[in-house]
Design a protein around this ligand. Sequence first.
Ligand SMILES: *Cc1c(COP(=O)(O)O)cnc(C)c1O
Length: 420
Amino acid sequence: MHDFKYRERDLYCEDVLIQDIAEEVGTPFYLYSYNTLRNHFLVFDEAFKDIPHMICFAMKANSNLSILRIFLREGGGLDIVSGGELYRALLAGADPQKIVYAGVGKTREEIRYGLESDILMFNVESSQELFLIDKVAEDLGCKARVALRVNPDIDPMTHPYISTGLKTHKFGIDIKNALKEYKLAESLEYIEIVGIHKHIGSQITQTSPFVEALKKIILLAKSLKEEGIDIRYLNLGGGLGITYKDETPPHPRDLAAEVIPLLSGTDYTIIFEPGRVIVGNAGILVTKVLYTKFGEGKGFLIVDAGMNDMIRPSLYNSYQEILPLKRDTTSHKIVVDVVGPICESGDFFAKDRVLPDLKRDQLIVLMSAGAYGFTMSSNYNSRPRVPEVLVKGKEFFMIRKRESYEDLVKGEEIPEFLYL
Ligand SMILES: *Cc1c(COP(=O)(O)O)cnc(C)c1O
């Protein structure tokens, strides 16, 4: 469900005519609905209300400070994957005791920053990392709370780039070696074991990979208990999918209905790290048709947003629904590639898409752009990053302004010899 709907011919976000925002901020821009974002978070949280749980929004999906605050105000925590994300999380006012930190390549400085901030736990991905965390904690004179990220060897049946839970992937510790790694962790003086973590991939559209993985980690928790290692948190990661086109992913309630019975008789606190399912359909990218071009058997709409603004179609061949801001009243259709201005053939948003007969200067939107949209954007081709706008009811707020040309060269310096 989302709050981007036509009224008569015009597309609205909640009660705001999107055209009005475009006139004020220019194109392209990302647009989010407060109501959709908040609802998505609450629906997930509600689904697990009968068991001890924590929803740690995966901020790599969307790390805008205002958006983080929406979830923090509802009691949410955050899943982070870098020191930069920790900085943003704290700036947004996150409770460090609700921050969990994953990632295969945490640096010494990032580990120190996490410990100094007293985050809830590190999700550790290798024994070398475990040793380093122990060492840094010793230097700081504190104990580091950790979960080991286990790799349950389960196929999430999604795009290979966003699949992370198979033996062949770089993530986590092979579940077969988990007991050994936990014993190692147990032997380290500055490590306190608090949980088990798993995250097997993204855009998962079935419940079975979650259920299978949970069964495996409950068994692991039992064997750990027999070894005298008590686990408090089971972290099931993120990965629940959304509808981009015709996928029918489970509702968080469906997931809860399968997960909760598996946990009866236990008192684990369950952690989820949803990203895409919270923000994906709560954001769109608004862009303008600059030119149309029809050649031999091929038509193009050239728009003012590019792969630097939204890389998912280029990177994953993802499908993004495209809608005109003004609904078409004629039935005339065109078949076109929707492409950006970047000097790469991979710079496209859609191929052979059937669309209304759009003309120069008309606005279109890429739907389902709220997750891994802005956060994956870059300055490639020296293009300033686009603004982000949040709608709440009848009002809209600029939550990140458009970058300037000065922003593009910030931090660059020309050594003197190059002036000679
Ligand atoms: C990316 C990621 C998530 C979020 O995945 P979604 O598919 O966006 O829900 C959660 N946990 C970890 C460790 C991740 O790397």
